[in-house]
Design a protein around this ligand. Structure first.
Ligand SMILES: Nc1nc2c(ncn2[C@@H]2O[C@H](COP(=O)(O)OP(=O)(O)OP(=O)(O)O)[C@@H](O)[C@H]2O)c(=O)[nH]1
Ligand SMILES: [Mg+2]
Length: 640
């Protein structure tokens, strides 16, 4: 058995596992022998547990894949195609349509349009020359012969001037960097314009594109240039006023010296006529009839807005497509255009232009007259009207684009604003956003809240870090949803400690004590119902301390700005928490004095407590709020 020949299923070839076992049994003494065995697997196909295992000539496995697509209606992933590793072929199942990203009709290319480095030969290059932007086309000429015919061609190019031809600017003759410079058309080529789904193209616009090409081609055919030879959508470029201009014509004696690309992209020959394709060097066998054929392929692109042959249900291999065209089947192999894509007259014209027999193909003079008749009902034919129409459509396309971009920008802005509001108090964030400096400020009276989870250190020692994170996350989501109902600002959370303030950055009279008191009561109630995910039986307990007094606040830091509070009030509030008791709200006499003004809170004396730095002070427990009294208070206040 010849192991180098691809083997098929059931050929009796051992699987890779068996191969390794037999190698081991025979005892591999020499590295060469092992290499021989490994090489023996190359280009082979064997049966594995998951199906055929194909090993390529490199010794690597080529896997098979199934492509799934989400059914838009049901949301279910359905298989839509397969990639056969052994043939390196992708095939879509019959009758399925796939939602390719970016509204593509075909799978995305293996290589990006301009290559992975953006330097692909077929991609536009431009430079600024004498203050003017010019298109740059490098030629692969090692030794330039400036023969008489080259000089004549250059002169001819300098003298060719037409609205629909790009202006020839000059050539850099320095070997080996021979470069041609032409007028730069900023709106890219026709292929890109047609591919751009966001660009709506009505028939008026389409006819004016086609008309520009016909005008340019008529000029070339009537001039000493005689024919284009490489007419295709990438050689139709669009200027700032949406006028289509032809490029890459003429200079044939110079292009002859260009060392042809060793492996040209076969797709670039989709515009070449069958008689050109039958020649060894198609580029050198252009003709007027060949141009008419190329024009028909462009017409098909304009009508369908798709690349030639991209909608053909038959093979999508470009080499095979070219072979079919070369063969000249009956009927000849051409791109598909559905009968309802355009008028019958236009379809007939396209078919005549890409006729197999060049003598049947019409001249551009005939095409011009025919197109005028076809487009008469649709377009006014008046140049100014057409131009205005194009600009109008361009403007509406732009408006649509601007609207979309503005929407996306506003959404991003909203997201970043929300992020900022989470980091800084809204008032401070707004000040910073409008470019104002936020001065540090002293607030005569605020109330600060501190809380801590009793036994958190022990609990976290017995839990995994992920469990602790989940616990704190759940807890703070619960807390945050409560505090947003009060006029308070969450200053920070450090581990299980939670710090909240009221009365800054916007002063609220004496309400800060009431806001913090009510919030404390709500948080104490909430913790009773809180469930620890990994310990559902555990009930958490909160220790809360509150204190009121003077406090300074300001934004510190530039890179990660924080709104920080400073002063003795902060320390005292924190000590009120540490000296408190589980599930109790420990309150300083200062907060109690303010709360008394509201007359709705029930407060009890805790007694004398030693506070570091302050000595013995009399402190209180906040027990609750009398809702009856609260209602009365409200009625009195609002004279209800
Ligand atoms: N935007 C813009 N693109 C241009 C201009 N001239 C050429 N291009 C684009 O530049 C890319 C590279 O051009 P070429 O090197 O001529 O390659 P090609 O047109 O794909 O193929 P050939 O003409 O057959 O060599 C193509 O996509 C052209 O459409 C121009 O004036 N403006
Ligand atoms: Mg070109």
């Amino acid at each position: 058995m010849n192991l180098n020949r691809p083997q098929r299923r059931g050929s009796g070839m051992p699987s890779s596992g068996e191969r390794v076992r037999s190698t081991a049994e025979r005892g591999v003494k020499e590295a060469d022998e092992l290499r021989r065995y490994v090489n023996g697997s190359a280009d082979s196909c064997t049966v594995g547990m998951t199906g055929d295992i194909f090993i390529n000539s490199n010794g690597d496995r080529e896997s098979d894949y199934t492509l799934y697509d989400m059914d838009q209606a049901t949301g279910v992933m359905e298989p839509v195609g397969t990639y056969v590793g052994s043939k390196q072929q992708f095939r879509l199942f019959d009758g399925v349509s796939v939602q390719w990203p970016g509204n593509r009709k075909t799978p995305p290319p293996d290589v990006p349009y301009c290559g992975f480095d953006g330097k692909a030969k077929h991609c536009e290059k431009n430079e600024v020359f004498q203050g003017m932007r010019v298109a740059v086309k490098p030629l692969n000429i090692k030794r330039l012969t400036l023969s008489r015919s080259v000089l004549m061609d250059l002169k001819q190019m300098r003298n060719s001037s037409h609205e629909n031809l790009v202006r020839f600017i000059g050539m850099c003759p320095e070997e080996p960097h021979i470069v041609l410079f032409t007028e730069f058309c900023p709106r890219g080529n026709l292929r890109k314009l047609l591919e751009n789904d966001r660009f709506s193209l009505d028939w008026n616009f389409r006819y004016s594109i086609v008309n520009d090409i016909v005008e340019g081609m008529s000029f070339i055919h009537d001039s000493s240039i005689s024919y284009h030879g490489k007419l295709k959508s990438s050689n139709c470029v669009i200027d700032g006023h949406f006028v289509v201009k032809l490029t890459d014509f003429g200079l044939r004696s110079l292009i002859l010296q260009d060392q042809r690309d060793q492996s040209p992209n076969p797709r670039s020959y989709f515009w070449a006529s069958p008689e050109q394709l039958r020649e060894r060097y198609p580029d050198m066998h252009g003709s007027q009839k060949g141009d008419v054929y190329s024009f028909a392929i462009i017409l098909q692109e304009v009508v369908t807005r798709s690349e030639p042959y991209s909608t053909s249900s038959t093979d999508s291999d470009p080499e095979e497509i070219l072979e079919k065209i070369r063969r000249g089947n009956i009927p000849p192999f051409r791109p598909e255009i559905s009968s309802d894509a355009c008028s019958v007259e236009l379809l007939t014209l396209i078919h005549r232009c890409w006729a197999e027999d060049p003598s049947i193909r019409p001249s551009f003079a005939f095409i011009k007259v025919t197109l005028k008749q076809i487009s008469r009902e649709k377009s006014s034919g008046n140049f100014l009207d057409n131009l205005l129409n194009r600009m109008e459509q361009y403007a509406s396309n732009l408006e649509h684009l601007v609207e979309e971009k503005t929407q996306a920008f506003l959404e991003e802005k909203k997201k970043s604003e929300e992020l900022l509001y989470q980091i800084l108090p809204r008032y401070v964030a707004d000040q910073l956003r409008s470019g104002h400096h936020v001065q540090p400020e002293t607030f005569e009276s605020v109330t600060i809240y501190f809380s801590d989870i009793v036994g958190f250190t022990e609990l976290s020692a017995e839990s995994s870090p992920m469990e602790v994170i989940d616990l704190l996350n759940d807890l703070y989501i619960t807390f945050d949803s409560i505090i947003e109902n009060f006029d308070v600002y969450k200053v920070e959370t450090i581990g299980d400690a939670y710090m909240v303030v009221s009365g800054l950055p916007i002063r609220n009279g004496i309400n800060h004590a009431r806001e913090i008191a009510r919030m404390s009561l709500k948080l104490r109630d909430a913790i009773k119902l809180f469930k620890v995910r990994h310990r559902p039986k555990n009930v958490l307990q909160l220790r809360i301390g509150i204190h009121s007094g003077v406090c300074a606040a300001g934004v510190v830091g530039l890179k990660m700005p924080r709104y920080c509070l400073f002063g003795d009030t902060v320390n005292t509030a924190s000590r009120m928490e540490t000296t408190g008791e589980p599930m109790k709200i420990h309150m300083s006499p200062d907060t109690r004095t303010i709360l008394k003004n509201f007359g709705t809170f029930s407060i009890s004396l805790r007694g004398e407590v030693y506070l570091k730095g302050k000595g013995m002070i009399r402190t209180y427990w906040l027990e609750g709020e009398d809702l009856e009294k609260r209602a009365v208070y409200r009625r009195v206040k609002y004279k209800l």
